[in-house]
Design a binder for this molecule. Structure first.
Ligand code: ZN
Ligand code: ZN
Length: 198
């Protein structure tokens, strides 16, 4: 009745059957297995390490940042026109904010309001300028956090592993040493029985 072991396994992304495959989430059947490089590319495109089918985090053996000389440049959140415009506006906003913070640190808290006041006066335009400053601060602040998160994922090297292996590993680690010895004994016993039979 064991039909699963007879089933040919292939990568859920490229459908290729060669190369090492892992089963990093709870998915089973034809979408259970995947190549590490295929899943890494998928995770970086989606900017998520959670399987969208079974809603479980892909099991990772490790995930670490690439060496700085291998880093790729930041990219927009998606290829849509809106996200591309947001991406370039956020870069300009970050440059503007670095300049604002620099002026504040070197010339004091009142320096920026004074400079704005000298150009716009102290009337309605001045108030409108500050309102738009804080609205932009909220909007581009959030976008820049999202972009930074995506940039880090893009430059992380993921090594995925089988969820089942990790489960066994954690069960083993939680067993007491006495239980482990008992387990090892019973394994040796069954092995010697097997040799005797042969
Ligand atoms: Zn693949
Ligand atoms: Zn899954």
């Amino acid at each position: 009745m064991n039909t699963n072991t007879e089933e040919e396994i292939s990568c859920r992304i490229c459908r290729d059957e060669t190369g090492p495959l892992v089963n990093p989430c709870m998915c089973a059947g034809s979408i259970a297995y995947v190549h590490n490089p295929c899943l890494e590319k998928w995770v970086q495109t989606r900017n998520s390490t959670m399987c969208e089918v079974c809603k479980v985090e892909y099991c990772r053996a490790s995930s670490e940042l690439r060496p700085i000389n291998e880093w790729r440049a930041p990219t927009p959140l998606s290829s849509s026109i809106d996200d591309t415009i947001d991406f370039y506006c956020t870069i300009l906003w970050v440059v503007f904010m670095i300049r604002t913070v620099y002026v504040t640190i070197t010339s004091g808290l009142g320096a920026v309001p004074l400079m704005v006041g000298q150009v716009l006066g102290n009337g309605t335009v001045y108030l409108l300028w500050w309102t738009s400053f804080w609205l932009n601060f909220l909007y581009y602040g959030i976008i820049s956090i999202l972009l930074a998160e995506r940039w880090l994922t893009l430059n992380t090297r993921f090594v995925f592993t089988n969820r089942l292996n990790e489960l066994n590993h954690s069960i083993n680690a939680s067993l007491s040493p006495r239980l482990k010895t008992a387990r090892a004994h019973s394994m040796t016993k069954s092995l010697s029985n097997l040799v005797k039979i042969q």
